[in-house]
Design a protein around this ligand. Structure first.
Ligand SMILES: Cc1cc2nc3c(=O)[nH]c(=O)nc-3n(C[C@H](O)[C@H](O)[C@H](O)COP(=O)(O)OP(=O)(O)OC[C@H]3O[C@@H](n4cnc5c(N)ncnc54)[C@H](O)[C@@H]3O)c2cc1C
Length: 473
């Protein structure tokens, strides 16, 4: 628990990054106010300010762990509500680089939950904090500062009511979590500060999500099928499925990283988090998990019992962003249509990964090592350890013919999952094992009674489709 640092913190944006920031600020400020332009629903429904919420959102293993640290029991709560959960590798059919990874138990949680449902639950938890207040239907139009502009003293807001006038919300600390469209660079410029430089990787991604009714046994007992496309095998698909709605498109021209950590001058009393700092190519499913780890970083700064210093904070969250950014950019450069420098190191790493993934079709320990890295629980360098490299080399010298990577002892792995997220007593007599096997959700806003409805989405990536997949049972 952090010690009290100030009277009021104001969070701009009530999406994942803003809610998670509010969670940790509530331990350190007497009052936390969260502002959003949308009307924030009580239920877990789509909203305009988060158009990407209509698309399938993967929660990476590290994100699940970080959310659990911030909201103990959240995973069990979602499982009890019917979200399918299991083991990240034992219960998923993962295709990367054209190979199906061998299924094996990892002790990492695969939680299939739609974005509105996850955000709705997190919002519910934050709403329940006695010192957090939401101002919804309220646009943030700018910042207020001291006359010398060295300190931000609040946010200027305009309520979405007829005839309303601009108001000032005074704050000891303002956090910008307004996402990819954040105005902080523009506001900094207007205040006489240099805005951060941007790193951009132009990927020209076109994204579409559609909900289908699958054959009941389409995926056997598995929860997820993920087809990570390659330039040679750009598409994966489903057969015999009935579309239930129209495809929802989304264009994502570039991954963008604002280098706040490189600025020499920055006003006190202001921090930036989430997609406002870095918005990643969505096919890697990293954004929410990174926002959750950033919130834990903010908590560590608040535990020092002094106001977080922007430059130190930006330096620390740059470290959080480095790894997922490197994974995403490295992965994107496999596609010839993506612009960017393919250094010898990038070429070497990608060639090695292609061999590792071929070997991982048979070798559970390699498959497991790979999903730990993409799940952000292990560093990419772990894939270069001598023991791992030796297995890759051995498999490259003696390639096996069959690449299906089936799990031999699936049921044993499954039942072992029960221990991974104990259900708190107050949630009633439901075992997590039952949650894994019998409860299902759909990716269009909530649990459904029909377990065969599944959301599938596809991405076209610089001229080639790159991902199709979705929770399924
Ligand atoms: C197509 C797509 C698919 C994705 N898939 C995944 C995935 O599989 N897994 C994953 O982890 N991440 C995924 N992401 C990324 C993920 O959605 C974000 O990283 C995550 O939502 C955190 O974003 P955020 O809270 O920083 O910003 P956002 O979610 O963009 O929220 C910004 C909030 O600020 C509010 N706001 C903005 N401007 C103002 C203003 N001026 N005044 C008041 N309110 C304002 C908005 O209403 C909104 O609520 C995906 C993104 C896209 C685009």
């Amino acid at each position: 628990m952090s010690r009290q640092i100030g009277d009021r913190a104001v969070v701009l944006g009530a999406s994942m990054a803003g809610l998670l920031a509010a969670r940790v600020l509530a331990d350190a400020y007497t009052q936390v106010t969260v502002i959003d332009r949308d009307e924030l629903p009580e239920a877990s429904t789509h909203r305009r300010g988060v158009p990407h919420g209509r698309h399938l959102h993967a929660l990476l293993a590290r994100g699940q762990q970080a959310l659990e640290e911030l909201f103990p029991g959240l995973t069990a709560e979602l499982v009890v509500e019917g979200m399918p959960a299991g083991d990240l590798l034992a219960d998923a059919r993962l295709y990367f680089s054209g190979h199906r990874l061998r299924q094996a138990r990892t002790e990492l949680v695969l939680l299939c939950v739609s974005r509105p449902v996850l955000e709705g639950h997190v919002r519910g938890r934050v709403r329940a904090l006695p010192n957090v207040t939401f101002f919804d239907r309220c646009d943030v139009v700018g910042l207020a500062t001291t006359p010398d502009r060295r300190r931000v003293t609040g946010a200027r807001v305009l309520r979405r009511d007829d005839g309303s006038a601009e108001e000032l919300l005074a704050a000891d600390l303002v956090i910008d979590a307004t996402g990819r469209g954040s105005r902080t660079p523009v506001w900094l410029d207007a205040l006489g500060y240099t805005p951060p430089k941007q790193d951009q990787v132009r990927i020209g991604l076109g994204y579409a999500t559609r909900t289908y009714r699958l054959r009941r046994d389409a995926l056997g007992g598995d929860l997820l099928l993920l087809h990570g496309a390659t330039p040679q095998r750009p598409r994966g698909g489903i057969r015999d499925a009935e579309p239930l709605d129209d495809p929802v498109p989304f264009r994502f021209p570039a991954s963008v990283r604002h280098r706040y950590e490189r600025l020499d001058r920055f006003p006190d009393g202001l921090l930036v988090m989430g997609d406002a700092v870095c918005s990643f190519n969505p096919i890697y499913g990293q954004g929410m998990s990174v926002a959750a780890v950033e919130a834990l970083t903010l908590r560590r700064h608040l535990e020092r019992a002094t106001e977080p210093r922007p430059r130190r904070f930006f330096r620390d969250i740059a470290r959080v962003v480095d790894m997922p950014w490197a994974i995403a950019v490295g992965g994107d450069l496999v596609f010839p249509g993506v612009q960017g420098r393919r250094t010898p190191k990038v070429r070497l790493v990608n060639a090695y990964l292609a061999r590792l993934l071929a070997a991982a079709a048979h070798d559970a320990s390699l498959a497991s090592a790979f999903v730990r890295v993409t799940g952000l629980v292990a560093r990419p360098e772990s894939l270069l350890r001598p023991g791992v490299a030796l297995r890759v080399l051995r498999a490259s010298l003696h390639p096996a013919a069959d690449t299906r990577g089936d799990l031999e002892h699936r049921d044993a792995a499954r039942s072992a999952m029960v221990d991974l997220f104990p259900v708190p007593e107050h949630l009633g007599p439901v075992s997590a094992g039952a949650g894994v096997h019998n409860r299902h959700a759909v990716d269009h806003g909530g649990p459904a009674s029909d377990s065969s409805i599944r959301s599938i989405h596809c991405a076209r990536h610089a001229g080639a489709a790159t991902r199709s997949g979705g929770p399924a049972a």
